[in-house]
Design a protein around this ligand. Structure first.
Ligand code: E4P
Length: 217
């Protein structure tokens, strides 16, 4: 299972990279705005800065919502760095753009996916990744994890190679449950990864070991 961090904050990306378990980064226009990164040139530079920190894939989202605009922007994004994956929204023009990018060797992440049907369409168009937003489904009393399980079943039925990127992960149990279901990737905040570390028996066990060592030395 790949671990991506869902942020445009360079310090958090560095911290996750230093942990040695980071496989990539996802961003979106809201995350860029949160870091105060505005203006086309600054945003493009920020994507390159992120690519220079991590070894893996970095999702960069198109803003256009028409086919020609998405293709133009996506080609520009893909040119920035070999690690860039073009993030395209699950709308009709987006599906056409994903197919275009697939045919032209540009990797894509189909974003804003909330149903199994949308995920099926993304795979048919050849998306590299599909991003079902599980946290946002949970927010409206719909089981996000059930969607991950449905997509896993459908993709396995037909051998689709599109990777399931569980997005909008909010906490550590989301990560564990996505791993149990078989999501290929998860993207979430640094806290969702660091939460995997924690167990009170580890802390008390280590405390005891160190105390016992001191007694004999
Ligand atoms: C995915 O790529 C999105 O950036 C993200 O996971 C959205 O998460 P949120 O619902 O916490 O905003």
């Amino acid at each position: 299972m790949k671990f991506f961090i869902d942020t445009a904050n360079l310090d958090q990306i560095r911290e996750a990279q230093d942990l040695g378990v980071l496989d990539g980064v996802t961003t979106n226009p809201s995350l860029m705005a949160k870091e105060g990164i505005t203006g086309r040139n600054n945003i493009l530079k920020h994507y390159v800065d992120i690519c220079n920190i991590v070894d893996g894939d970095v999702s960069a989202e198109v803003i256009a919502t028409d086919f020609e605009g998405m293709v133009k922007e996506g080609e520009e994004l893909a040119e920035l760095h070999p690690q860039i994956v073009v993030k395209v929204p699950m709308i009709k023009e987006g599906v056409k753009a994903i197919k275009y990018f697939t045919d032209h060797g540009i990797r894509t992440n189909c974003t804003l996916v909330f149903s199994a049907g949308q995920a099926l369409l993304a795979a048919k168009a050849g998306a590299t990744y599909v991003s079902p937003f599980i946290g946002r489904l949970d927010d409206i009393s719909t089981d996000g994890l059930e969607l991950i399980a449905d997509i896993r079943l459908i993709y396995d039925n037909y051998g689709f190679e599109t990777q399931i990127l569980a997005a909008s992960v909010r906490h550590t149990m989301h990560v564990i449950n996505c791993a149990k279901i078989g999501a290929d990737v998860m993207t979430g905040p640094l806290s969702s990864i660091e939460g995997l570390l924690k167990h009170p028996l580890t802390d008390s066990g280590l405390k005891q070991f160190l105390e016992d060592y001191k007694k004999g030395n």
